[in-house]
Design a protein around this ligand. Structure first.
Ligand SMILES: NC(=O)c1ccc[n+]([C@@H]2O[C@H](COP(=O)([O-])OP(=O)(O)OC[C@H]3O[C@@H](n4cnc5c(N)ncnc54)[C@H](OP(=O)(O)O)[C@@H]3O)[C@@H](O)[C@H]2O)c1
Length: 268
């Protein structure tokens, strides 16, 4: 019996295996993987020393906790392959974007324990936001155990499932907003004479350092903003320009619209 079976070892599946092993949460002989691309599964097995199953059915039979790291469009087929082996004593963790636990259970045709997770792309380097919701009551030690497994991908936040759409609009899509901000900051530097690479490095470190300052001081963002805005200084001039271009309004609307889109996609 394996402690964890990972179905689909693409970007996220590999990040999960790698993170769990790097952080010493489980050993390689606790984990088994399967991917419909056989060479991919073999490469992961060779690289990390984890077990390899020759079907989703066998993986499910042999694992206590199963992680779905496939694309949402592969849910129906994968559910068919595993449903006969997914007994009540097992737990299914799904990282499928926009896919409710209700929909997963409907595809499986049984009321199994489904843990829904919404990661974001920094999870690929263990720095993600990992929102998790438990649809059935699990005892605290089991929740701690699952949260520890998920911590391989980043910081874990337990939430109610009905918050998953707004979390998708905020932290799920958030890295794309931040990347756009970083590039815009760099382009401003280029416009005023900096070479792009230097401008980009300065922008990345500015965002990274500012986020860490917020995290470590626990100050309100507006308090820290006011501290760098000296009277008639450069920053207040720059901030005024952002206000004129509805910077905050644009970001609030981005989260709002992405949330609505997540709801819409979840209905399909
Ligand atoms: N990447 C992110 O940052 C991110 C963020 C949030 C959520 N997610 C969620 O994470 C999930 C995985 O994303 P990903 O980027 O890791 O996808 P990915 O790189 O495409 O990996 C999925 C892997 O699973 C394989 N697969 C598909 N159906 C299978 C089946 N029935 N049995 C076994 N293996 C199967 C795929 O094979 P094929 O290539 O043949 O399809 C592929 O190798 C998605 O549901 C996504 O919504 C990802």
């Amino acid at each position: 019996m394996f402690k964890l079976g990972v179905i689909g070892v693409g970007n996220m599946g590999e990040a999960i295996v790698k993170g769990i092993l790097n952080k010493g949460i489980l050993n390689s002989d606790d984990i088994v993987v399967y991917d419909r691309i056989k060479d991919k599964a073999k490469a992961i097995s060779d690289k990390y020393g984890v077990g390899i199953a020759n079907s989703n059915a066998l993986l499910t039979k042999l694992s206590k906790i199963i992680i779905f790291a496939i694309k949402p469009q592969d849910l129906e087929d994968t559910a068919k392959e595993i449903k006969d082996y997914l007994t009540e004593d097992k737990i299914l963790i799904s990282i499928l974007a926009g896919t409710s636990s209700q929909k997963i259970k409907a595809n499986l045709g049984k009321n199994i324990n489904v843990v829904r997770v919404m990661p974001n792309t920094p999870a690929l380097i263990g720095e993600g936001v990992i929102a998790v919701s438990y649809d059935k009551s699990l005892n605290d030690s089991m929740k701690d155990y699952i949260n520890r497994i998920l911590s391989a991908l980043g910081k874990v936040y337990e939430v109610k499932e009905d918050l998953m759409d707004v979390i998708t609009g905020l932290s799920g899509s958030g890295p794309a907003y931040v990347f756009t901000f970083i590039d815009s900051l760099a382009q401003g530097g280029v416009k005023k004479g900096l070479p792009y690479q230097l401008a980009l490095d300065l922008s990345i470190q500015t965002v990274l350092g500012s986020a860490k300052l917020l995290q470590e001081t626990k100050e309100h963002p507006m308090v820290l903003r006011d501290k760098v805005s000296s009277p008639a200084g450069t920053t207040i001039y720059g901030l005024h320009e952002l206000e004129k271009h509805n910077f905050r309004d644009g970001i609030i609307s981005a989260v709002e619209t992405a949330t609505e889109r997540s709801k819409e996609l979840g209905k399909n």
